[in-house]
Write a protein that binds this ligand. Structure first.
Ligand code: SAH
Length: 385
């Protein structure tokens, strides 16, 4: 047979996401505005609307003349994220949105409000995705099971935060509030999409009108431990908070829980994190999902404590969120308490993460963008297309 291959065998061709204001640094934005035959000073207005007021619809920008608004909207503010479905739980204080991207790929972000307590002010955190799917294949993580679809663009990342800030100000979490924190703990491995994530982080922390003006320390980039990329992040001088998903103190077990460990083992990952801490002067977090009878033994707590005692690290224990079809479960509370006690005994600070959004599959590691579940008790579908 000599006929050419039928079309179905051709490799899928992906068109990149359309160009968006948030992809562009300030100079490039001004150039793009003048290319629309609109005076350069409109770039500043546009950026103030987008980053300062979190408005993405030119029709709502009353300071722009209609003709300019139309041209700028078409050229620089294409709709990147379409809300497929938003579900709330925890008395509407947790809110998960499934977004459809321009090419049909889907990602999720989760918005969470933590009311003020005596010792702390109210926090509103958005957990965002940096890739559609993930290529890291950690066996306990739902996203890891589906493989990588594609990297998100800088603007696709930033716009998740912009949308969250707008929704927060609009009072979707009960009362109007202010978005304070961003964690790259949704779908994807942020450091495997390095340049776009780095540029997105710049847009998050640069002051209005260059960016959203969030504080550096309230932005957390979480990684499986891609050592060269941690070094690049340190060199980029963003000084955002680094979180390392360790999950085991020993290479034998970590090779199975976080497969890239076979390339960059525990000692190298911690050395890279130490370097990051030295450059930024900031503590880093160690993420540790507590998996019953897998990584929760007292001797592993001791080993982890000994490893971290001399380091500028803080441990975040995450009760495992069991993923469908997995035999693994969260550790019992008394095992968790003993793990905490042993770490503290070695002078290591520990917090146990609360499991927000578990019932809407919005908790850590559950973001698989399978979007089609029926509502259960206590949760509410807010939008659905
Ligand atoms: N790729 C990044 C971001 C992933 S999600 C990273 O690995 O750090 C953020 C955290 O949730 C990671 O620490 C990840 O290991 C953890 N996680 C994934 N699946 C989980 C699950 N089922 N239960 C608890 N934590 C999980």
């Amino acid at each position: 047979m000599t006929s050419s291959l039928p079309l179905v065998f051709a490799a899928p061709r992906r068109t990149p996401p359309p160009r968006h204001l948030a992809d562009l640094a300030p100079d490039a934005l001004r150039t793009a505005v003048t290319e629309c035959d609109v005076p350069a000073f409109r770039a500043d207005q546009l950026a103030r609307q987008y980053y300062g007021r979190h408005v993405a619809d030119v029709a709502a920008m009353s300071d722009l003349p209609a003709a300019a608004a139309d041209k700028l909207g078409a050229a620089l503010l294409p709709r990147l994220l379409t809300d497929v479905r938003t579900v709330t739980t925890d008395d509407a204080m947790t809110r998960k949105t499934l977004w459809r991207l321009h090419d049909g790929a889907q990602v999720e972000s989760v918005l969470m409000r933590y009311p003020a307590r005596t010792a702390s002010r109210e926090r509103v955190t958005v957990c965002i995705s940096s890739q559609a799917g993930c290529g890291m294949a950690c066996p306990f993580c739902a996203t890891g099971q589906g493989g990588l679809t594609r990297n998100l663009s800088t603007a696709e990342i930033v716009d998740q935060v912009r949308a969250a800030a707008r929704a927060t100000a609009d009072g979707v979490l009960g009362v109007p509030g202010r978005l304070s924190n961003v964690v790259f703990m949704g779908m994807g491995e942020p450091l495997a999409n390095f340049a776009r994530v780095r540029d997105a982080v710049r847009r998050l922390i640069d002051p209005v009108p260059r960016g959203l003006g969030l504080s550096r320390r309230s932005v957390t980039v979480s990684t499986v431990g891609l050592v060269p990329a941690i070094e690049r992040l340190a060199a980029a001088e963003l000084a955002v908070t680094l979180a390392v998903s360790l999950h085991a103190p020993d290479d034998e077990l970590r090779d199975t829980l976080v497969p890239v460990n076979t390339r960059w083992p525990v000692a190298e990952v911690l050395a890279a994190a130490d370097h990051y801490a030295a450059v930024t002067g900031r503590r880093y977090s160690i993420e540790y999902a507590m998996i019953r009878d897998v990584n929760d033994q007292p001797w592993r707590a001791d080993l982890l404590g000994d490893l971290l005692r001399p380091r500028m690290a803080h441990v975040n224990l995450i009760p495992l969120n069991p993923t469908p079809g997995s035999a693994w479960d969260a550790s019992p509370k008394r095992v968790e308490r003993e793990f905490v006690r042993r770490l503290q005994e070695r002078g290591v600070t520990v917090t146990v993460r609360d499991t927000r959004g578990q019932d809407i599959d919005g908790a850590c590691g559950q973001l698989a963008a399978n979007g089609g579940k029926a509502a259960k008790q206590g949760q509410r579908i807010v939008t659905s297309t």
